[in-house]
Design a protein. Structure first.
Length: 526
């Protein structure tokens, strides 16, 4: 078994992605979670770049990490300056990490056009920096920036840069596909040539890989590098990062652990425990970064093991491996059966919770026909499990409404710029008696929700536990302009369960009412 080191740069390279911003507390929380997952190295940031990163290294020392080593990231010394006098070197030492990752120019093009120094000076900058930090008792990983592009441009000079780093004491030579434009066969070939160049120079060092995703190949390139001998993979959770992002460590780890024989990753304190919690890790980082989940993300996305086509669901009901390459539980995910106009009787049977309906082919066909009819009108039940459950109850005649609408009215009054008043009035029949309530809200839906609660809570006190998580509006037939139908999707929770409801109408308020009423009915009937 080959142990492959997992080096996470979510907190540094990942934070450079558009729309990604971590607070200091976010960075510390992610550090703890990465350590629990069994990650080997966590790159915390560049201590000289901003006060937050400097504070991070002060605070992270107090964390009791069980598995991971925190790394400080920096650049080679400035040109024309001794390493000992460079403020960047001081900041890296002050960070107090046992490992320092240094990025240096490996491409002759970048040395001349970007850095603006001679080739000899660049080699001296690499040598002096690595030697100074190793002399201060730090382990140094050398990030060979633009390594693959540089190798293709001038193999001899790129080889000289990594030899310089290795001879100065770097323990890992990290080959970076910085522009993300290299293909897997090139990765494997050039990595082999780099290993041969180091060996010929008498400084054989383990190689690592750091890929960006500009050709959507970062994961494939990382796996190709491991097959070619790389001992360490660098990347980010969920693949976040600059431009198109970095190699997604979630997919890298899952492939190495579950799909490819002979590799050990995320050992941590409990062997393999990190792999079984990849879905949890992925969603933790999304939530901490205040980012939406990527539904079709391999292994851990909500759609990764979701089945919609009738033929697929029928097969999965007999043998899950017929349309699933691994058990979803292996990465902490779960199987989902979706209901739509593409569904067959198997989808309906899998979704229905009632045994009497599941075993009644005539009822299943009736439900399927109604789903198809409603979807043709713009309804969608994939994310509306509660509305689907109520639809089944209505079609079987078992639905007993706990409240019925007499009428509602919503008034929106603008009293000037920024001063908008929304008032909702509802008249309901609840438990055999009339209820008439008025409530204000931040908008029409909020006001309707508030009025509904005022009418229902005196009769059904548990309503206080329920609240809305999400509200979405989608125009269905945009060609109709302002007369188009809209679909409103609502997600609700009581703190234990989350359920989705849907409503469709030409009127956004009516669509919202339908989704709201289903949300309350589902909770109360459950």
């Amino acid at each position: 078994m080959r142990t492959i080191e997992i080096y996470d740069t979510t907190l540094r390279d990942g934070s450079q992605g558009e729309g990604v911003n971590f607070s200091l507390e976010d960075k510390l929380a992610i550090t703890r979670r990465l350590d629990e997952a069994g990650v080997d190295f966590i790159e915390g940031g560049y201590p000289l770049s901003n006060p937050k990163d400097s504070q991070y290294f002060d605070r992270v020392r107090s964390l009791k990490l069980a598995n991971a080593r925190v790394c400080a990231f920096g650049m080679t010394r400035r040109r024309g300056m001794e390493a000992a006098a460079d403020p960047g070197m001081k900041a890296l030492l002050d960070a107090g990490t046992s490992v320092v990752t240094i990025v240096g120019k490996t491409s002759a093009f970048h040395v001349a056009e970007v850095l603006g120094v001679s080739r000899e000076e660049n080699l001296a900058m690499i040598t002096d920096t690595v030697a100074y930090l190793t002399g201060a008792g730090r382990e140094v990983f050398y990030d060979a920036e633009h390594f693959f592009d540089g190798w293709k441009l001038d193999r001899g000079y790129s080889a000289a840069t990594i030899v310089a780093a290795a001879q100065a004491g770097a323990t890992r030579i990290v080959c970076c596909d910085t522009n993300g434009g290299t293909l897997p066969d090139e990765i494997a070939r050039i990595l082999g040539e780099a290993a041969a160049a180091l060996k010929a120079a008498g400084c054989d060092r383990p190689l690592a890989i750091h890929c960006h995703n500009d050709c959507d190949l970062a994961v494939a390139n990382s796996l190709a590098a491991v097959a070619a001998g790389a001992v360490q993979v660098q990347g980010t959770v969920n693949g976040i990062g600059e431009r198109c992002g970095n190699a997604d460590l979630i997919s890298v780890v899952a492939n190495l652990a579950l799909k490819l024989p002979g590799y050990r990753v995320l050992g941590g304190s409990v062997e393999g425990s990190g792999v079984a919690h990849l879905t949890e890790l992925s969603r933790f980082v999304y939530e901490t970064a205040n980012m939406g989940y990527r539904a079709n993300q391999p292994f851990v996305g909500a759609s990764a093991f979701a089945h919609k086509g009738g033929m697929h669901v029928h097969a999965v009901a007999k043998a899950t491996e017929s349309y699933e390459h691994i058990p979803p539980e292996a990465v902490g995910n779960s199987r989902r059966i979706l209901v739509s106009e593409l569904s067959g009787r198997s989808n309906i049977a899998a979704m229905v919770k009632r045994a009497d309906v599941r075993n009644d082919r005539a009822v299943l066909d009736k439900v399927l026909a109604e789903v198809c009819r409603l979807e043709n009108e713009g309804w969608q039940f994939e994310a509306a499990n509660a509305s689907f459950s109520l639809l089944v109850d209505r079609l079987t005649g078992s639905f007993r409404p706990l409240f019925t609408r007499d009428s509602y009215n919503v008034d929106v009054e603008s009293r000037g710029e920024g001063d908008i008043r929304t008032l909702a009035t509802v008249k309901l029949l609840v438990a055999g008696g009339p209820r008439h309530e008025v409530a204000e809200g931040d908008g029409p839906v909020n006001a309707l929700d508030a009025a509904l609660r005022k009418a229902l809570e005196p009769v059904y006190p548990p309503i206080a536990r329920m609240h809305l998580l999400d509200y979405k509006v989608r125009v269905i037939n945009a060609q109709e302009g302002t007369a188009a139908k809209v679909r409103v999707s609502i997600e609700s929770t009581d703190g234990d369960e989350v359920w989705g409801t849907v409503g469709v109408s030409e009127n956004v308020i009516e669509a919202s009412w339908l989704a709201l009423a289903d949300a309350f009915h589902y909770f109360l009937l459950r």
